[in-house]
Ligand binder design. Structure first.
Ligand SMILES: [Fe+2]
Length: 281
Protein backbone atom coordinates (compact mmCIF):
# COMPACT_ATOMS: atom_id res chain seq x y z
CA UNK A 1 0.00 0.00 0.00
CA UNK A 2 1.20 3.50 -0.75
CA UNK A 3 -0.82 5.55 1.73
CA UNK A 4 0.69 8.94 2.57
CA UNK A 5 3.26 8.58 -0.20
CA UNK A 6 3.92 11.76 -2.15
CA UNK A 7 2.48 10.98 -5.63
CA UNK A 8 5.32 12.87 -7.31
CA UNK A 9 7.69 10.20 -5.97
CA UNK A 10 6.23 7.81 -8.59
CA UNK A 11 7.31 10.09 -11.45
CA UNK A 12 10.71 10.37 -13.09
CA UNK A 13 10.92 14.06 -12.12
CA UNK A 14 14.50 14.48 -13.28
CA UNK A 15 13.29 13.99 -16.84
CA UNK A 16 9.69 15.14 -16.44
CA UNK A 17 9.40 17.86 -13.76
CA UNK A 18 5.63 18.04 -14.19
CA UNK A 19 5.20 19.28 -10.61
CA UNK A 20 6.65 22.60 -11.74
CA UNK A 21 4.77 23.84 -14.81
CA UNK A 22 6.89 27.01 -15.00
CA UNK A 23 10.17 25.07 -15.23
CA UNK A 24 11.67 25.61 -18.71
CA UNK A 25 12.15 21.83 -19.02
CA UNK A 26 8.41 21.35 -18.39
CA UNK A 27 7.54 24.13 -20.81
CA UNK A 28 9.67 22.43 -23.48
CA UNK A 29 7.98 19.11 -22.66
CA UNK A 30 4.53 20.66 -23.00
CA UNK A 31 5.50 22.12 -26.39
CA UNK A 32 6.90 18.77 -27.54
CA UNK A 33 3.73 16.91 -26.45
CA UNK A 34 1.48 19.44 -28.16
CA UNK A 35 3.51 19.02 -31.35
CA UNK A 36 3.18 15.23 -31.21
CA UNK A 37 -0.57 15.48 -30.59
CA UNK A 38 -0.89 17.77 -33.57
CA UNK A 39 1.23 15.65 -35.92
CA UNK A 40 0.36 12.09 -34.82
CA UNK A 41 -2.53 12.36 -32.33
CA UNK A 42 -0.60 10.89 -29.42
CA UNK A 43 2.24 12.12 -27.23
CA UNK A 44 4.63 9.68 -25.60
CA UNK A 45 6.70 10.02 -22.44
CA UNK A 46 9.02 7.01 -22.03
CA UNK A 47 10.08 6.11 -18.50
CA UNK A 48 7.52 8.47 -16.99
CA UNK A 49 7.24 6.21 -13.94
CA UNK A 50 10.23 5.35 -11.78
CA UNK A 51 11.26 1.65 -11.78
CA UNK A 52 10.04 1.45 -8.16
CA UNK A 53 6.61 2.76 -9.18
CA UNK A 54 6.43 0.25 -12.05
CA UNK A 55 7.13 -2.53 -9.59
CA UNK A 56 4.63 -1.22 -6.99
CA UNK A 57 1.86 -0.67 -9.56
CA UNK A 58 2.44 -4.19 -10.93
CA UNK A 59 2.06 -5.71 -7.46
CA UNK A 60 -1.03 -3.63 -6.70
CA UNK A 61 -2.62 -4.35 -10.09
CA UNK A 62 -2.00 -8.09 -9.85
CA UNK A 63 -3.70 -8.08 -6.43
CA UNK A 64 -6.83 -6.86 -8.27
CA UNK A 65 -6.66 -9.30 -11.18
CA UNK A 66 -9.42 -11.53 -9.74
CA UNK A 67 -11.73 -8.50 -10.01
CA UNK A 68 -11.27 -8.12 -13.74
CA UNK A 69 -14.52 -8.04 -15.74
CA UNK A 70 -14.01 -9.84 -19.05
CA UNK A 71 -15.36 -8.18 -22.15
CA UNK A 72 -15.72 -9.49 -25.66
CA UNK A 73 -17.21 -7.67 -28.61
CA UNK A 74 -17.56 -7.73 -32.34
CA UNK A 75 -17.85 -4.23 -33.66
CA UNK A 76 -16.83 -1.88 -36.43
CA UNK A 77 -14.24 0.87 -36.10
CA UNK A 78 -17.23 3.17 -35.62
CA UNK A 79 -18.36 1.07 -32.63
CA UNK A 80 -21.40 -0.36 -34.45
CA UNK A 81 -22.36 -3.97 -33.74
CA UNK A 82 -23.12 -6.40 -36.62
CA UNK A 83 -26.89 -6.03 -36.06
CA UNK A 84 -26.46 -2.33 -36.80
CA UNK A 85 -24.79 -3.02 -40.16
CA UNK A 86 -25.81 -0.41 -42.73
CA UNK A 87 -26.10 -2.29 -46.01
CA UNK A 88 -26.44 0.91 -48.02
CA UNK A 89 -22.63 1.03 -47.96
CA UNK A 90 -20.91 -1.21 -50.53
CA UNK A 91 -19.66 -4.60 -49.35
CA UNK A 92 -16.17 -4.40 -47.82
CA UNK A 93 -16.59 -0.73 -46.97
CA UNK A 94 -14.97 0.26 -43.62
CA UNK A 95 -18.47 0.88 -42.24
CA UNK A 96 -19.29 -2.78 -42.93
CA UNK A 97 -16.13 -4.36 -41.54
CA UNK A 98 -16.46 -5.90 -38.10
CA UNK A 99 -13.63 -7.00 -35.85
CA UNK A 100 -13.33 -9.08 -32.72
CA UNK A 101 -12.11 -7.43 -29.52
CA UNK A 102 -11.46 -9.06 -26.16
CA UNK A 103 -10.02 -7.66 -22.98
CA UNK A 104 -10.57 -7.32 -19.26
CA UNK A 105 -11.14 -4.25 -17.17
CA UNK A 106 -10.85 -3.37 -13.48
CA UNK A 107 -13.34 -0.60 -12.71
CA UNK A 108 -12.48 2.48 -10.71
CA UNK A 109 -14.48 1.53 -7.60
CA UNK A 110 -12.32 -1.59 -7.18
CA UNK A 111 -9.00 0.28 -7.02
CA UNK A 112 -8.47 1.02 -3.31
CA UNK A 113 -7.76 4.48 -1.91
CA UNK A 114 -4.32 3.44 -0.68
CA UNK A 115 -3.03 2.26 -4.05
CA UNK A 116 -0.22 4.25 -5.60
CA UNK A 117 -1.97 4.44 -8.94
CA UNK A 118 -5.02 6.03 -7.30
CA UNK A 119 -2.81 8.49 -5.40
CA UNK A 120 -1.10 9.46 -8.62
CA UNK A 121 -4.40 9.93 -10.48
CA UNK A 122 -5.84 11.94 -7.56
CA UNK A 123 -2.92 14.36 -7.60
CA UNK A 124 -4.10 17.73 -8.94
CA UNK A 125 -0.63 18.51 -10.30
CA UNK A 126 -0.96 15.72 -12.85
CA UNK A 127 -4.35 17.00 -14.00
CA UNK A 128 -2.86 20.51 -14.29
CA UNK A 129 -0.04 19.20 -16.49
CA UNK A 130 -2.46 17.39 -18.83
CA UNK A 131 -4.61 20.52 -18.94
CA UNK A 132 -1.60 22.43 -20.28
CA UNK A 133 -0.67 19.77 -22.82
CA UNK A 134 -4.23 19.30 -24.09
CA UNK A 135 -5.01 23.02 -23.89
CA UNK A 136 -8.27 22.13 -22.19
CA UNK A 137 -8.93 24.53 -19.33
CA UNK A 138 -10.32 23.75 -16.93
CA UNK A 139 -9.76 20.01 -17.05
CA UNK A 140 -11.34 17.69 -14.49
CA UNK A 141 -10.84 14.10 -13.53
CA UNK A 142 -13.83 12.10 -14.74
CA UNK A 143 -16.46 12.17 -11.99
CA UNK A 144 -17.86 8.67 -12.54
CA UNK A 145 -16.58 6.33 -9.82
CA UNK A 146 -16.75 3.34 -12.17
CA UNK A 147 -15.13 4.93 -15.20
CA UNK A 148 -12.62 7.50 -13.93
CA UNK A 149 -9.60 5.26 -13.35
CA UNK A 150 -9.56 1.82 -14.96
CA UNK A 151 -6.98 -0.87 -15.50
CA UNK A 152 -7.28 -2.60 -18.86
CA UNK A 153 -6.01 -6.16 -18.86
CA UNK A 154 -5.12 -7.87 -22.13
CA UNK A 155 -4.08 -11.50 -21.59
CA UNK A 156 -2.56 -13.84 -24.18
CA UNK A 157 -4.50 -13.56 -27.44
CA UNK A 158 -6.49 -10.52 -26.35
CA UNK A 159 -6.57 -7.55 -28.68
CA UNK A 160 -8.39 -4.28 -29.20
CA UNK A 161 -9.49 -4.10 -32.79
CA UNK A 162 -9.51 -1.05 -35.06
CA UNK A 163 -11.66 1.78 -33.73
CA UNK A 164 -12.02 5.51 -33.35
CA UNK A 165 -12.40 6.64 -29.75
CA UNK A 166 -15.69 8.28 -28.84
CA UNK A 167 -14.03 10.56 -26.26
CA UNK A 168 -11.67 13.20 -27.56
CA UNK A 169 -8.75 12.57 -25.20
CA UNK A 170 -7.51 9.95 -22.78
CA UNK A 171 -4.32 9.24 -20.84
CA UNK A 172 -2.77 5.77 -20.88
CA UNK A 173 -0.12 4.58 -18.47
CA UNK A 174 1.49 1.29 -19.45
CA UNK A 175 2.14 -0.87 -16.41
CA UNK A 176 3.73 -3.93 -18.05
CA UNK A 177 5.82 -4.88 -21.06
CA UNK A 178 4.26 -7.86 -22.88
CA UNK A 179 6.67 -10.53 -24.16
CA UNK A 180 5.50 -9.75 -27.71
CA UNK A 181 2.53 -8.13 -29.43
CA UNK A 182 0.25 -5.70 -27.62
CA UNK A 183 1.49 -2.86 -29.83
CA UNK A 184 -0.44 0.31 -30.49
CA UNK A 185 -0.98 0.80 -34.23
CA UNK A 186 -2.32 4.20 -35.11
CA UNK A 187 -3.38 5.65 -38.44
CA UNK A 188 -2.97 9.19 -37.26
CA UNK A 189 -5.50 11.85 -38.14
CA UNK A 190 -7.02 9.90 -41.00
CA UNK A 191 -10.31 11.74 -40.75
CA UNK A 192 -11.55 15.21 -39.89
CA UNK A 193 -14.85 16.49 -38.56
CA UNK A 194 -15.89 17.19 -42.16
CA UNK A 195 -14.37 14.28 -44.09
CA UNK A 196 -14.55 10.62 -43.00
CA UNK A 197 -11.74 9.70 -45.50
CA UNK A 198 -12.95 6.11 -45.85
CA UNK A 199 -10.24 5.32 -48.42
CA UNK A 200 -7.51 5.97 -45.85
CA UNK A 201 -9.37 4.01 -43.18
CA UNK A 202 -9.59 1.05 -45.58
CA UNK A 203 -5.84 1.37 -46.23
CA UNK A 204 -5.16 1.27 -42.49
CA UNK A 205 -7.19 -1.94 -42.21
CA UNK A 206 -5.36 -3.71 -45.06
CA UNK A 207 -1.93 -2.46 -43.97
CA UNK A 208 -1.26 -0.40 -47.09
CA UNK A 209 -1.43 3.03 -45.47
CA UNK A 210 1.98 4.68 -45.45
CA UNK A 211 2.86 6.32 -42.10
CA UNK A 212 1.13 3.87 -39.84
CA UNK A 213 2.56 4.57 -36.39
CA UNK A 214 3.56 1.54 -34.34
CA UNK A 215 4.46 1.76 -30.65
CA UNK A 216 5.27 -1.14 -28.34
CA UNK A 217 3.74 -1.16 -24.87
CA UNK A 218 6.59 -0.58 -22.42
CA UNK A 219 6.08 -0.47 -18.64
CA UNK A 220 6.36 3.04 -17.24
CA UNK A 221 5.46 4.86 -20.48
CA UNK A 222 2.75 7.50 -20.43
CA UNK A 223 0.76 8.24 -23.57
CA UNK A 224 -1.68 11.12 -24.04
CA UNK A 225 -4.03 10.29 -26.86
CA UNK A 226 -6.54 12.07 -29.02
CA UNK A 227 -8.12 9.06 -30.68
CA UNK A 228 -11.31 10.42 -32.18
CA UNK A 229 -9.81 11.26 -35.59
CA UNK A 230 -7.25 8.47 -35.67
CA UNK A 231 -8.23 4.85 -36.25
CA UNK A 232 -6.11 2.67 -34.00
CA UNK A 233 -5.83 -0.78 -32.49
CA UNK A 234 -3.81 -2.88 -30.06
CA UNK A 235 -2.39 -5.99 -31.72
CA UNK A 236 -2.88 -9.41 -30.05
CA UNK A 237 -0.82 -9.97 -26.92
CA UNK A 238 1.62 -12.87 -27.16
CA UNK A 239 3.30 -14.69 -24.28
CA UNK A 240 2.40 -15.05 -20.64
CA UNK A 241 2.84 -11.44 -19.48
CA UNK A 242 -0.48 -9.59 -19.58
CA UNK A 243 -0.63 -6.10 -21.03
CA UNK A 244 -1.82 -3.89 -18.18
CA UNK A 245 -2.71 -0.30 -18.94
CA UNK A 246 -4.07 2.26 -16.51
CA UNK A 247 -6.66 4.38 -18.29
CA UNK A 248 -6.94 7.84 -16.73
CA UNK A 249 -10.12 9.60 -17.82
CA UNK A 250 -10.66 13.37 -17.79
CA UNK A 251 -13.41 15.67 -18.91
CA UNK A 252 -14.21 19.30 -19.64
CA UNK A 253 -16.95 19.32 -16.99
CA UNK A 254 -16.64 18.43 -13.28
CA UNK A 255 -19.77 16.30 -13.01
CA UNK A 256 -19.71 13.87 -15.92
CA UNK A 257 -21.48 10.63 -15.01
CA UNK A 258 -22.30 7.77 -17.33
CA UNK A 259 -25.73 6.17 -17.22
CA UNK A 260 -26.23 3.13 -15.00
CA UNK A 261 -27.06 0.98 -18.03
CA UNK A 262 -23.73 1.80 -19.68
CA UNK A 263 -21.79 1.02 -16.52
CA UNK A 264 -23.64 -2.28 -16.02
CA UNK A 265 -22.90 -3.19 -19.63
CA UNK A 266 -19.23 -2.28 -19.22
CA UNK A 267 -18.46 -3.73 -15.82
CA UNK A 268 -21.11 -6.38 -15.21
CA UNK A 269 -24.12 -7.09 -13.03
CA UNK A 270 -22.27 -6.32 -9.80
CA UNK A 271 -22.67 -2.63 -10.70
CA UNK A 272 -26.46 -2.96 -10.57
CA UNK A 273 -26.26 -4.52 -7.12
CA UNK A 274 -23.86 -1.85 -5.94
CA UNK A 275 -26.08 0.98 -7.18
CA UNK A 276 -29.19 -0.63 -5.70
CA UNK A 277 -27.35 -0.96 -2.39
CA UNK A 278 -26.91 2.83 -2.44
CA UNK A 279 -23.28 3.15 -3.58
CA UNK A 280 -22.43 6.82 -3.32
CA UNK A 281 -20.36 7.89 -6.27
FE1 LIG B 1 -8.94 3.71 -28.32
Amino acid sequence: MAENVDPTSFINLARYPVHNIADPVTQALIARCRGELESQAFAVMDDFLTPEAVSLFWDESMSLSDLTARREKTRSAYLDTPDQEDTTWPEGHPRRQFFHTSWGVVADDLIPEGHGLRNLYAWDGLTAFFSEVLQVKPLYRHADRFQALNINVLGPGDEQAWHFDDMDFVVLLYLTTPDAGGELECASLVRTDDDPCYDKVAQAFDGSLPQLHRRPSVAGTLTIMRGNHSVHRVTPVEGATPRLTAVLAYDRVPDKYEGDAINIQMYGERIREKIEAGFNR
